[in-house]
Design a protein around this ligand. Structure first.
Ligand SMILES: *Cc1c(COP(=O)(O)O)cnc(C)c1O
Length: 486
């Protein structure tokens, strides 16, 4: 079990419990494992495990919990909330394997981590003897918000506030959040984009004066964003799971390389895959897939990260991000704290920096809007499988990577959302005639063409009561939080 260390200062250390409760380092850096642990089970042992057992073997390496505590967290997280016993199916369609991470309650891969995070946090608070009420502040590009609300609603001793870009999420995503039940929940639309929301939230976390003020009132902030290591480490599990399923399905033999393409926004999902590889998973190449907001693609090609560019609102909103926070962790693993600190200072000051990723097993590709639509249509025409818009970006990126590389490894497309969250764009990709149709009417149509039933959690969502109507300017998020709590 590893300790954690800051990405901007190696003298900042924390146990897993402390890191989970703090969310972010006091200097604004992120916590990373001091040493990435190795898997201590043999392939034969791993092949016999179900998802929950595997989760235990991975997570015990990263968390300072007792066996009993950790197993209780896992049992509460990965249960009937998921609509399949496997939790994460790996399905083959055409020449690719799809890792379906969207079988949880909110139909997006964020459920993988946010189903367990509240339990990790409660356990960490108990271990640390915390007395204060925990206030979770979350900036969301659409999916994290709902997954966090579901995870934290009704949890005693915790409150949750979610900030989402008013005009940057799909109609289903918006309703999922604004109809959220639970007295401890608060949902706010902001006039700005995800980066605005994320910067404001990060600013609140590092505001010492505000922290003191709140402590005096019995509150302590924490984060449910992927800057929290409690978000990151549960995601390592499903990369192991994918590999094991690929062996079981006869796609590879143990030891063969398996490639992954990951639709990327904040760089959390793909970083978890990279951690799995460092633990000893025989992964081959990681393709980091971006949409028109291709700051990561440009970075992997040129070594310059430059956020000074136009922000595009795309059909894959959960990837509409220009500051991919978790990249900071990879930078630190590559170059150490001093370099990372300088790079992040340059990002803050000039909006750009230069850095080298020495690990050549990770590279970038991107898909335009037209390519994303074409990918949905192509896969449907060839296989009858309907992908969501984010998964489609990954598919298009995979096709580009396949052309450029000579890799013969099987490819896993990390599938991050159900097409039901994005019916309008998905159906329009299949046929232009759907362009003017209502997003909710299209659910029925999607059910008809795909043969996959409308997932229970969103049946009838369009008629549910709206419970949250707050809207706030991007510059007044901090004031809003203060008003609510002080
Ligand atoms: C959050 C999200 C992503 C991006 O994941 P990161 O960990 O932020 O890179 C991709 N697709 C969907 C559907 C998401 O919700």
């Amino acid at each position: 079990m590893t300790m954690y260390i800051g990405t901007r200062d190696k003298n900042i250390t924390a146990s897993a419990s402390e890191a989970i409760l703090r969310g972010i380092c006091p200097d604004g850096g992120l916590y990373i494992p001091m040493e990435i642990p190795k898997m201590d089970k043999t392939p034969d042992e791993l092949m016999k495990m179900n998802y929950q057992e595997l989760a235990y073997e991975v997570l015990k390496q990263y968390l300072d919990f007792t066996e009993e505590e950790l197993k209780a967290c896992i049992a509460e997280a990965y249960d009937e909330k998921f609509d399949t016993k496997e939790i994460v199916p790996l399905v083959k369609k055409g020449d690719a394997l799809y890792l379906e991470l969207f079988h949880g309650r909110t139909l997006a891969f964020k459920d993988m981590a946010l189903s367990i995070l509240p339990h990790l946090m409660k356990t960490a608070a108990k271990r640390q003897g915390l007395k204060e009420e925990i206030v979770i502040l979350t900036a969301t590009s659409g999916d994290t918000g709902k997954a966090a609300l579901e995870g934290f609603a009704h949890v005693p001793g915790i409150r949750i506030m979610v900030f989402f870009p008013e005009d940057g999420v799909s109609p289903v995503q918006k309703l999922q959040m604004t109809t959220q039940e639970g007295d401890n929940t608060c949902v706010v639309g902001i006039k700005g984009n995800f980066d605005d929301a994320q910067s404001a939230v990060k600013g609140i976390f590092t505001d010492k004066a505000l922290e003191e003020e709140l402590l005096a009132r019995g509150y302590r902030f924490s984060s449910a964003n992927s800057i929290n290591i409690g978000r990151l480490v549960p995601q390592v599990v499903y990369y192991w799971w994918a590999y094991i399923q690929a062996v079981k399905q006869g796609e590879i033999a143990w030891g063969d390389k398996l490639d992954f393409t990951v639709p990327t926004g904040n760089f959390g999902d793909i970083l978890a895959g990279w951690y799995a590889a460092q633990m000893g998973l025989p992964a081959g190449h990681f393709v980091c897939a971006s949409n028109d907001n291709k700051v990561l693609y440009d970075f992997f090609r040129t070594g310059t990260y430059d956020k000074n560019r136009t922000f595009h609102v795309t059909v894959s909103p959960s990837m509409d991000i220009l500051i991919s926070s978790n990249l900071e962790r990879l930078l630190c693993h590559m170059g150490g704290q001093d370099k990372t600190k300088a790079e992040m200072a340059a990002l803050q000051k000039e909006g750009k920096y230069q850095a080298e990723i020495t690990d050549k097993n990770i590279s970038g590709e991107y898909a335009t809007e037209a390519e994303t639509f074409a990918a949905i249509k192509e896969v449907f025409d060839k296989t009858g499988y309907v992908m969501d818009t984010h998964t489609a970006v990954a598919y298009a990126a995979y096709k580009k990577y396949q052309k450029e590389s000579d890799s013969k490894n099987p490819m896993v497309i990390v599938s991050t959302a159900s097409p039901y969250k994005f019916t309008k764009d998905v159906m329009t990709a299949l046929d232009n005639k759907y362009e003017k149709e209502d997003a909710f009417v299209l659910m029925k149509e999607l059910e008809r063409v795909s043969g996959v039933s409308i997932p229970t959690p969103i049946v009838g969502i369009e008629t549910r009561k709206i419970r949250h109507q707050d809207v706030c300017e991007k510059d007044s998020i901090k004031d809003f939080v203060k008003r609510k709590l002080l």
